[in-house]
Ligand binder design. Structure first.
Ligand code: PA5
Length: 369
């Protein structure tokens, strides 16, 4: 319970506009709901974009937090189709194989993230072919200084609320570089799907008919264990975790099948343990392997004996539509959880404090190798 005990907002439900007004001070719910509009808008920011030429033997995405998740989602979506290795590096160091035949995309929404600027310099020194994506900042300046193709996306949002811009700019850069096939059809389907979901999951749709509100009511006061049905849903589970962490200030973690069947499942079988502090979420997809589906069904019964379980299956035809169906749901749920927890979904005071601490305590000797 928060300091001061019960207050007005404790008695308000997600159907109350006053609850949104009381806590969503910078409009995170509207920003989360604007995902389809961001996807729709992004192609205009690639007008005139010319990718670096030449043969590509591997692709590396550099970025942190809300800026790297776009790369994770793309990797998860296309991993079975990609003809070259594709890695996302949220780190201070790039992998040793990066060289002249690497395509490196540096993504930082602010353009000022220390880790990304550091790995940008390492990739440039290694002679990689590069693309930069940001809303401005030092990354934009560095791209201009070195003649690196740059995609500018709109600023003014928390990075995690700019996923539509970040994902689409990264995906289109890869399409124009010949790494991915053209995704215009999948984008159209995704837009139509998300626009139809916006009213179903948005604030005007009452809790009794709204699966996003319903799920948030079950999750907001629990530790959330998110289980992905495989590599495709694993990146989505990671997005759910990050959004619950940052928007709702909740502890959550994610794991995936089949790996969790070889370790974590045992952790759910201790007699007398208070598992009801958790809420398990299963994220599934129609293309899950049949053998893995059997594993999930078995494990679901183990979990259900000990705690509450919610299950969501991706809907849509293309992998992009199915991916964003689950991402959009998780994003909206995370904001509803914030409101139910009585916290401002936009504030990330501890991340801001950490960045400030590092700015005031500069030791750059070990930054660039
Ligand atoms: O969601 C957030 O605000 C963070 O996870 C940021 O994305 C992260 O700190 C990196 O900043 P940027 O996205 O500006 O590079």
């Amino acid at each position: 319970m928060r300091e001061g005990g019960l207050n007005m907002t404790d008695t308000m439900t997600l159907d109350s506009q006053d609850l949104i007004k009381a806590h969503d001070l910078q409009g995170m719910l509207d920003k989360a709901l604007s995902l389809p509009e961001q996807i729709e808008e992004t192609p205009q920011y690639l007008q005139g974009f010319i990718p670096p030429g030449g043969e590509v033997r591997n692709v590396v995405i550099l970025g942190m937090g809300g800026s790297r998740i776009g790369g994770d989602l793309i990797k998860a979506q296309y991993s079975q189709k990609l003809e070259v290795p594709f890695e996302v590096y949220p780190s201070y160091l790039i992998p040793g194989y990066v060289g002249r035949e690497s395509l490196v995309i540096a993504v930082s929404y602010s353009g000022n993230t220390e880790e990304t600027l550091t790995t940008f310099e390492q990739a440039r020194a290694a002679g990689a072919r590069m693309i930069c994506i940001s809303s401005g900042g030092a990354l934009k300046e560095k791209a201009a200084q070195h003649g690196i193709p740059f995609i500018q996306i709109p600023g003014g949002l928390p990075p995690r609320a700019a996923l539509g811009y970040i994902y689409t700019a990264t995906s289109m850069a890869l399409e124009k570089s010949g790494i991915l096939e053209n995704q215009d059809l999948a984008r159209s389907e995704t837009l139509a799907l998300l626009k139809s979901l916006k009213s179903k999951w948005g604030p005007a749709s009452p809790s009794t008919e709204n699966p996003a509100k319903h799920c948030a009511e079950a999750l907001h006061d629990r530790t959330v264990a998110i289980f992905a049905s495989g590599a495709f849903t694993a990146a989505i589970a990671e997005r759910w975790r990050c959004q619950l962490n940052e928007n709702a200030k909740m502890v959550a973690y994610s794991n995936e099948f089949p790996e969790m069947n070889h370790n974590e499942v045992v952790g759910w079988t201790q007699p007398g343990k208070a598992y009801d502090q958790f809420h398990a979420v299963l994220l599934r997809d129609r293309d899950d392997l049949a053998r893995v589906s059997q594993r999930i069904d078995f494990t679901k019964e183990v979990l259900e004996k000990r705690t509450a379980v919610s299950e969501f299956i991706a809907q849509g035809e293309s992998s992009m539509a199915r991916l964003f169906f689950l991402v959009y749901l998780g994003d909206i749920i995370s904001v509803y959880c914030a409101l139910l927890n009585g916290v401002n979904p936009t504030s990330i005071d501890i991340i801001d404090a950490m960045k400030e601490f590092l700015r005031n305590n500069r030791d750059e000797s070990g930054l660039v190798k």
